[in-house]
Design a protein around this ligand. Structure first.
Ligand code: AMP
Ligand code: MN
Ligand code: MN
Ligand code: MN
Length: 301
């Protein structure tokens, strides 16, 4: 299958899709959730990498967007910021992430959902703190809360503290040993979250005028049969598109995601899911939209 690089997007194609930009990354995080860069630093990094279009998609919050936009305007950075969010949802016992793109972040339905999701995050963090205290880490809730600051608290914050304090050798090990969900009950300090449904997330994103995209479909550890069920459900509740391009995906996986898009008439999105600078992936890197995909941004103009 022919692949188009975002660096050499032919102009005619961009024009026909109504989007006049070239380097596009529609999934990234800041310190307002579990990213390590402030909105300003993230924008500076995107600008250094000559990214034209960047979506900030923090977990269940839109709090970093205004600061990022103000920074773009103050510094006159030639970057189009797409207002986004990544909403955690529950489906059949799995945690599925739905990205909202090009949203009106002030929409009241979306705001209501955000408040509910933040309450679910706080409750889960408290319960996780209690379980981890029993595991021998009595101050971890306090420490994770402090690290999260004014941003959404996530399991990544707990994993970072466990790693920082030398209780695990990698963040992944924190998930494997304590807070991850492998098997039916999860690890010792796993707490079942109280997320909204996929349908509720899609509805709120649509109320806010945005496009609803299923984040990283390959990362849910689903068999082919279950992944297909998930995609069918997503399209039945009016989901708009799939992330068909992530830096870690191999060509077969991209082809498979594109085939799902075509089969279920879904649009295609792409993003790095950038959390922090590392040697495996970065903003805008390795993002290539397969020929034949209908990009999600075609909906926006
Ligand atoms: P939460 O939204 O509180 O469930 O936190 C999940 C976040 O932790 C994800 O968005 C990832 O950024 C991060 N993470 C890192 N490693 C893992 C893992 N093995 N399983 C789940 N989440 C992980
Ligand atoms: Mn994350
Ligand atoms: Mn995610
Ligand atoms: Mn993400």
């Amino acid at each position: 299958m022919a692949l188009l690089s975002t660096t050499d997007f032919p102009h005619e194609i961009v024009k026909t899709e109504g989007f006049a930009h070239k380097r596009i990354d529609l999934h990234s995080h800041t310190t307002y959730s579990d990213g390590t860069l402030s909105p300003q630093s993230l924008i500076d990094r995107a600008s250094n990498f000559q990214i034209d279009v960047l979506a900030i998609t923090d977990h269940d919050t839109v709090a970093g967007l205004d600061i990022a936009q103000k920074h773009i305007e103050d510094k006159k950075i030639p970057l189009k910021l797409i207002a986004g969010i990544e909403i955690s949802t529950a489906w059949q016992g799995f945690e599925i992430h739905i990205v909202g793109l090009n949203i009106d972040k002030t929409n009241s339905d979306l705001q209501t959902l955000i408040v509910r999701q933040q309450q679910a995050r706080e409750q889960r963090a408290i319960s996780m703190g209690e379980k981890l205290a029993i595991c021998g880490f009595p101050t971890i809730y306090h420490d994770a809360k402090e690290l999260a600051g004014q941003g959404s608290i996530t399991r990544a914050h707990f994993a970072k503290i466990l790693h920082r304090d030398g209780h695990v050798s990698t963040m992944q090990q924190a998930f494997d040993k304590y807070i991850g969900k492998k098997g039916s009950k999860g690890q010792r300090a796993y707490v079942k979250p109280n997320w909204c449904s996929i349908e509720e997330a899609v509805k709120a994103i649509h109320q806010a005028g945005g496009s609803a995209v299923m984040a990283h479909p390959i990362r849910y550890d689903l068999s082919a049969k279950w992944l297909r069920r998930l995609i069918i459900h997503f399209s039945e509740v009016a989901g708009d598109g799939l992330e068909v391009v992530l830096p870690q995906m191999n060509p077969e996986q991209r082809a498979k995601m594109l085939a799902y898009c075509q089969e279920y008439n879904l649009l295609a999105s792409m993003g790095s899911d950038f959390h922090y600078p590392n040697k495996w992936s970065d903003l805008g890197r390795n993002l290539t939209m397969p020929v034949g995909a209908k990009p999600v941004w075609a909906q926006w103009q």
